[in-house]
Design a protein around this ligand. Sequence first.
Ligand SMILES: CCCCCNS(=O)(=O)c1cc(S(N)(=O)=O)ccc1C(=O)O
Ligand SMILES: [Zn+2]
Length: 262
Amino acid sequence: AAEWGYSPTNGPDVWARLFPQAGGARQSPVDICTSIASSDSNLEMKKLTFAYESQSDLRILNTGHGWKVEAPQSGSRLEGGPLGEDIYQLEQFHCHWGETSAEGSEHTVDGRAYAGELHLVHWNTTKYQSFAEAAQHPDGLAVLGVFFDVGNESNDEIEKIVSTLSEIKFKGQFTDIPDVIDPTTFLPSGLGYWTYLGSLTTPPCNECVIWIVYKEPITVTEEQLVQFRCLSACSGEAEEFIVKNYRPPQPLGNRALRECNA
Ligand SMILES: CCCCCNS(=O)(=O)c1cc(S(N)(=O)=O)ccc1C(=O)O
Ligand SMILES: [Zn+2]
């Protein structure tokens, strides 16, 4: 099958032809309409807690759709909040961006896009035996989304990623990040978030994700985003830069959108 991507001929508008789930009723991302977010004043949601390890020599690869850091962390735990009694474990993190900083995030807030969005992908180790199995179930995955704002201070943790991108210019290339990475440093200081039931935002678009999107963005520099856009979507000499890799918002339908002002 023709490789999916983000161009008019293989992008989000035609994914449902090849990947039926992409046309489902609980797709992601969505536009977060803040006026309909129901706050859980009755605290039916417990506090969301996370614990990550610092790791060095994590493998980063060019997937052809962006960069992805493989970070399976048996010692990590994400639990509480909308996750019920289950414990979720970090599997990988990656990012979405646009060709200019006026766009790039997948979720939007009252119609506003951010310059990019970081996703920390976790899977339900309480109920499932593997990541691939978890991705087949409605409560299999939990993804933390963090928006990028462009500012003057470069983000040191993102800089550790950026510094490896010249080694993975082409699709399929990978390398190890020498620096120690602590996923906690990717999270904003304010821990308020929105949450809803959705899907993977890339094919096969499985409807298996509990989304947790932080309200407060973190800051990256334009230069860091420029480096993301220098990755090539091809494996050979041909250069087709990955200048955008975000899916536009999908209908929320009758899904509940809840918020927690931690
Ligand atoms: C059906 C097997 C699962 C495929 C999805 N893998 S994933 O790591 O969850 C993922 C999530 C996402 S997203 N944007 O978090 O939904 C994007 C890419 C990938 C990926 O495959 O690299
Ligand atoms: Zn993503």
